[in-house]
Design a protein. Structure first.
Lengths: 721, 570
């Protein structure tokens, strides 16, 4: 069975998703209850979580969900906005294409059957979209929007210092979309307190974000049955288990970490222990006991009061630990061990091999070590002394039900992800509008013959890096080598991450396609569709020759897997004939500096909307105008939902008119909400949505296969050779 | 064969609360809960068609764990209550009923969920701050110099569990026992932090309730055969005890990951047994009187020990290890080799005792915070209920030590609180109206819904069709006998209010709880003499009730906030 995979279907799918998602958006959003087959009940307002829970069947819907989750992995925010924006874009496209069908299709395609004609038209639009994303968007962001940006750092001093009140505003706006209405303020305050308690110094905040993001599960404790307001922050680290033996100690407490059993085993793996007599057995047992005793004695002499073990220790070890006044915690997870190692800079204790040689072992000092009782369950509470910029603290999250604890956990985790993104610079690369519109040129020879840059990486990189397929930059050289990835945009989108069976369903795209446009550009594209790697399925269209009048770019990808050149990796060769072009383009590299924010409540959307409309007016090319207008209008979808329930002065039309007026007259914008939101994440969201849309538009047919998916072979290893 | 199966799409449903089915099931659940509430609550008999024993109960913990609910909303509600109960043991039914009432009342008035949640939160914070404030008239500070308040608290808990099937005298007996058991767990001399001991409940079914007793130390059950082997215990000042956590059964311990090759003619069993007997010899030379092992003791070793007039008791289980090591004052021994003399413990006295048809070895400690509560009841189901009740009471006492106050029970806290909130909102609504942007009408509607939810929890205490009233001075809860004549002479009909603090002989005016009445200011600041004079109060645990109130409102808010349910049917 085949269904036309056109934008119409996608629109229908997106509209269904939009209705579900839009009820959770913004400060007025409500909750959704998800039940799992295991009987767990989850409460969520997180878009990504909802979409996953739906287990959608429709291939296009699944593709959308895949796009959303890959976006979420990167930024941790914006799933709901993603769907709403996508839906509005599709709606806009749908409305426009009905009118403009004739004007866009050139004559020689009319010979094709109507279905294929449609596809080409969609493809054309998708190219325009990609072009927009790679050129116009960055340009507008860097040129117009940047003057409106606020910063989360207080600007009074030259040293950038984090402003607590702006961080609070930022978090408030974030949690407005994530947790239940009655807990928003509480959770954002908790997070803010937590962050400032953990941060040892201003400069180390990035390290704190990184650490908390990586070890978030280990840094919080969920307690059910208590009201949310009982959640709190406690100093030190809480391990999710009880002491095997606890000896109260104070003063100079040292800890040691072991990763193997302290009691030597009879035989190690791969060896044989031959017992000849009973005496031998007895002596070896005696030796084992004496060794264990000696090691524990040694630890005691080092003033060790706590033994952390990643494995279960035998009774004998526990007994001798107790005798020597050493508390023991067993069965730590590897994450817990590595967290402790990172926080206190402690490496595991290596057991001495001979009984005589005892060196001073690796120990770390700590403030206290005591049992902590939360809801009649016992935990280990360690007062570690952090050696890096992270001062260990734990969050105790309380809620009546586990589902709510999970919600708060994931919201907090997402917030740290978001902050981690915010504190990075985001580069924007765009080309200033040169006199001629020849864009498909990169004036340098970029030859990459061997394994140094395998093709999949470039494709992947271009799709996933925040630069979003503009320039792969090689900073080392003065004459920057630029693979102008926009070249791809003339062809089919390079990578589509889908469930395994979906790429199979996509037929080979028209092997050779010639476009004759009104402009004098002539593309000769050889679009080959290949599945590069079954285990990590992305579809790639290998494009070959592309010729313009004064430029000739030849990109040939040869994939090892497909061709027979074994052991060579992928080859990418960009040959460029006319080098004189290079002066005619001005490349701009600006960036969104770290910590850029805008007031929440649709300000970003309003601004971008305004500047895009302005841009569209100046545009010469019809499709560029069209795309800009569609995107500009689709942007309004988000504030429309935010102000849906408001009446009177705060209704959407009122706000819209006032805001636009404010922008025109260069006045500060009005906003009914007091939060802040990160510009970088908004920008990334926009590019992700545009990419998703281009993916959707380039699919012309969905083929439904009713067969078990074939075994997936991992062929990575062969490629590496 | 591949077991891969495509996941079925989930089932998505919007506005779940509006559906008739949900309302009906909520109503049924509420019916079950309200009818079990309080001392005169009706018992529920739960039996599983697939097996297991029948359980007769009126306690929330037993009810909620045995009920199987399928609808996600009910699941949220019941798990929330179960979590509360596992934290505080008490006030589970109060929380559940309040939550159901809130959902029902709010749905009836049909306000926007946004406003409801905001206002509920405000009302809740009014309640909690009042209950914690000094002028709160339904909170009593516990006076630890007398056991009066604590005894009242325990008695209220025991009384409120009718499925224990206790008579008045038995209630008094059990309450006193529970309190004594609790007091035995408090260490005599403490430094800065108080570490409570443990009361171990020892089952003795089929005996009279009044045979129940509390003993300091630990009772180890032994069979009659074992008893015969134990020779008459010689008298001495102390008895030396060796407590093993390692197995003494003579099995080979873990031999590592490699292979162990044993030459023919070498018997490891003998080697290990030799080791055990060596251990036995060491124990003899160290003059041990009692050997207790968590796991199994080898028969030969047992024989050896009894030959040397030692008592050996094995298979005591992991649960008893901690109390045992506390009673004997030692660390469990995990080694079969040389035992350091410091790891032996001691008990003051050792005797065998017989309760009912069971024999016990009684370990009497020198000084420890462990006691055994020997609990008797006529049959299994009543015993189970009584055991749960005792655990609840002991837990509540622990909570009360932490937070030394109690609340008035018998519905009086609820009606008083409702009166206070009504009055407060009626007189000074500005504080809430200012920062929320809702109208006065909305606030009044919701306050009414909130307060009547509280009041109908109190009303659920009355099951016999009697009239339920509240007085207009203190805002306490009164219930009158059914089939009373038309409203004539309330002071004669009513005797005491729900908690027993006030009598009807004062100059009071009453009004029906269900009727609308003008908000009045209930008298705040509890007079001290009133508390001192009344000796038979009904009291509730402060911590449990406060948290129950919060959890109930939070859960109700959560349920009211749901806009979709996504059910994964895989």
């Amino acid at each position: 069975m085949a269904a036309a995979g056109s934008a119409k279907v996608a629109l229908r799918v997106a509209e269904v998703l939009e209705t579900i998602v839009s009820c959770c958006v913004g400060p007025e959003g409500r909750q959704v209850l998800c039940t799992k087959p295991t009987g767990e009940v989850l409460i969520s307002r997180d878009g990504g979580c909802l979409l996953e829970a739906l287990h959608l069947e429709h291939p296009i819907a699944r593709m959308m969900v895949a796009c959303v989750s890959s976006h979420l992995r990167k930024t941790g925010d914006g799933a709901k906005t993603f769907i709403i924006f996508l839906c509005h874009l599709l709606r806009g496209l749908h409305a426009v294409t009905d009118k403009e069908q004739d004007s866009l299709i050139s004559k020689n395609i009319q010979t094709h059957r109507r279905h294929w004609k449609n596809c080409c038209q969609w493809k054309f639009i998708s190219q325009a979209l990609l072009k927009f994303q790679t050129q116009v968007l960055d340009y507008i962001m860097g040129h117009y929007l940047s003057k409106h940006f606020l910063s989360i750092f207080s600007s009074s001093t030259k040293e950038r210092t984090l402003c607590r009140s702006s961080l609070e505003l930022l978090l408030e706006a974030y949690f407005c979309g994530r947790v239940g209405r009655n807990n928003q303020n509480f959770i954002s305050q908790l997070m803010c307190d937590y962050f400032f308690k953990c941060m040892a110094c201003e400069s180390g905040c990035e390290e704190v974000f990184e650490l908390v993001d990586d070890y978030f599960i280990e840094l919080n404790v969920g307690v059910t049955g208590l009201p949310v307001s009982d959640s709190r922050i406690i100093a030190g680290l809480v391990l999710h288990r009880d002491f095997s033996v606890y000896c109260p100690a104070d003063g100079d407490i040292r800890i040691v970490i072991v990763t193997e059993t302290i009691q030597p085993p009879f035989s190690t793996s791969g060896s044989e222990f031959i017992l000849h007599s009973e005496t031998q057995f007895r002596t070896s047992q005696f030796w084992i006991m004496e060794r264990t005793k000696a090691i524990m004695k040694h630890l005691q002499s080092q003033n060790v009061k706590l033994l952390l073990s990643s494995v279960k220790q035998p009774d004998l070890v526990i007994y001798y630990a107790g005798l020597n006044g050493i508390s023991v915690v067993e069965c730590l997870s590897s994450e817990e061990v590595s967290l402790i190692q990172r926080v206190v800079g402690l490496s595991p204790f290596v057991l001495p091999h001979t009984s005589s040689q005892y060196e001073t072992c690796n120990t770390a000092l700590m403030n206290f070590c005591k049992p902590l009782i939360l809801r009649s369950k016992r935990y280990v509470h360690l007062g570690l002394i952090g050696t890096c910029s992270f001062i260990p603290h734990c969050i105790v999250l309380c809620a009546p039900v586990q589902g709510l604890v999970e919600q708060h956990k994931s919201a907090l985790h997402g917030a740290f992800k978001m902050l981690r993104q915010l504190f990075k610079d985001l580069d924007l690369n765009y080309m200033l509008q040169a006199s001629d519109q020849n864009y498909a040129s990169s004036p340098l020879t970029y030859k990459n013959s061997r394994e140094s840059t395998p093709l999949p990486e470039i494709v992947n990189g271009s799709m996933q890096s925040p630069y979003q397929g503009t320039v792969v930059e090689n900073k080392g050289k003065l004459a920057t080598i630029q693979t102008y990835l926009k070249v791809y945009s003339n062809f089919v989108v390079p990578s589509i991450e889908l469930e395994t069976h979906i790429p199979r369903s996509i037929p080979k795209m028209t092997p050779t396609d010639t476009y004759q446009t009104d402009e004098t550009l002539r593309y000769l594209s050889l679009a080959k569709t290949r599945i590069v790697d079954d285990s990590e399925p992305f579809m790639e269209s290998n494009s070959a020759n592309s010729t313009t009048e004064n430029t000739r770019i030849e990109i040939s990808y040869e994939n090892l897997q497909v061709t027979e050149i074994a052991g060579r990796g992928s080859m990418l060769a960009v040959r460029e004939k006319s080098l004189e072009m290079c002066t005619s383009h001005g490349y701009c590299f600006s960036s969104i500096p770290a910590g850029c924010v805008l007031p929440a409540g649709g300000n970003f959307e309003f601004l971008l909307h305004y500047y895009l409309l302005n841009y569209a007016k100046k545009c010469h090319q019809s499709e560029e105008t069209m795309v800009s207008v569609i995107i500009a209008n689709a942007l309004l979808g988000i504030p429309k939902i935010l102000y849906k329930s408001k009446k009177g002065n705060y209704s959407f039309p009122q706000i819209y008119v006032r805001t636009l007026h404010a922008i025109q007259t260069h006045q500060p914008m009005v906003s009914s909400q007091t939060g802040l939101e990160s510009v970088a994440s908004k920008y990334q969201l926009l590019t992700s949505v545009l990419q998703c849309l281009t993916k959707i538009l380039t699919i012309d047919l969905v083929i439904n296969i009713k067969r078990q998916p074939r075994e997936v072979y991992d062929q990575d290893s062969e490629e590496e050779v | 064969m591949s077991r891969l199966e495509a996941k079925k799409p989930s089932f998505c449903k919007s506005e779940p609360l509006t559906s008739e089915r949900v309302r009906a099931t909520l109503c049924v659940l509420k019916g079950i809960l309200t009818s079990s509430y309080g001392p005169s609550g009706r018992l529920k008999q739960l039996h599983n068609g697939l097996g297991g024993c029948v359980c007769t109960t009126s306690q929330s913990s037993a009810l909620l764990t045995n009920l199987s609910v399928t609808h996600p909303i009910l699941k949220i509600l019941t798990t929330s209550m179960q979590n509360h109960v596992s934290c505080f043991s008490d006030c589970g039914l109060f929380t559940a009923i309040l939550c159901c009432n809130l959902i029902e009342n709010v749905q009836r008035i049909g306000l926007m969920p946004t406003t409801v949640i905001k206002l509920n939160k405000h009302l809740l914070s009014l309640c909690t701050s009042y209950l914690q404030s000094e002028f709160c008239a339904c909170r009593i500070l516990v006076d630890f110099s007398s056991t009066q308040t604590l005894l009242c608290l325990v008695r209220s808990i025991v009384t409120s569990k009718p499925a224990c099937m206790l008579t008045r005298q038995e209630i008094d007996h059990i309450s006193a026992l529970i309190l004594r058991a609790f007091l035995l767990t408090i260490p005599e001399n403490t430094k800065d932090c108080l570490i409570l001991g443990k009361s171990i409940i020892v089952p003795l079914k089929g005996q009279r309730v009044t045979d129940s007793t509390v003993l300091p130390g630990i009772l180890l059950e032994i069979s009659e055969v074992q008893l015969m082997k134990i020779l008459p215990i010689k008298k001495s000042d102390t008895f030396k005890v060796a407590l093993f956590c390692a197995s003494l059964s003579g099995d080979l311990s873990d031999t590592g990951e490699g292979t162990v090759v044993v030459s023919s003619g070498v018997s490891l069993e003998n080697a290990v047994l030799d080791q055990l007997l060596n251990l036995g010899r060491q124990l003899v030379s160290d003059h041990i009187d009692l050997v207790i092992c968590q796991k199994v003791v080898h028969p030969s070793l047992k024989q050896f020990l009894s030959m040397h007039r030692m008592i050996a008791i094995d298979r005591v289980g992991a649960a008893l290890m901690e109390p045992l090591s506390k009673v004997t004052g030692t660390q469990p021994i995990g080694s079969l080799g040389s035992i350091s003399p410091s790891s032996y413990g001691s008990v003051k006295d050792l005797c065998t005792e017989k309760f009912g048809f069971k024999h016990f070895l009684h370990l009497i400690p020198n000084e420890a915070t462990i006691c055994s509560l020997l609990l008797c009841n006529r049959n299994d189901t009543a015993w189970d209920e009584l055991k749960l009740t005792c655990q609840t009471a002991l837990h509540v006492l622990q909570l009360t030590i932490k937070e030394p106050s109690v609340l008035l029970g018998g519905g009086c806290t609820e009606t008083h609180l409702a009166a206070y909130i009504r009055h407060k909102i009626c007189n000074e609504p500005e504080s809430i109206l200012q920062d929320d942007g809702c109208t006065q009408t909305e606030l009044q509607l919701l306050t009414e819904a909130f307060c009547s939810a509280l009041e109908s929890v109190a009303g659920s205490l009355e099951h016999d069709g009697g009239e339920i009233l509240t007085d207009m001075k203190y805002g306490h809860f009164w219930s009158a006998q059914p089939e009373s004549p038309s409203v004539v002479d309330w002071p004669d009909l009513l005797s005491r209010c729900g908690c027993g603090l006030y009598t009807s002989q004062e100059e009071l005016r009453w009004s029906f709880l269900k009727s609308t009445r003008h908000p009045f200011a209930p008298q705040t600041c509890l007079p001290h003499e009133a508390v001192g004079s009344a000796n038979n109060l009904t009291l509730d645990c402060f911590t449990a009730k406060l948290s129950g109130l919060q959890v109930a409102v939070e859960t109700a808010n959560l349920i009211l906030d749901l806009s979709y349910i996504i059910e994964d049917k895989n």
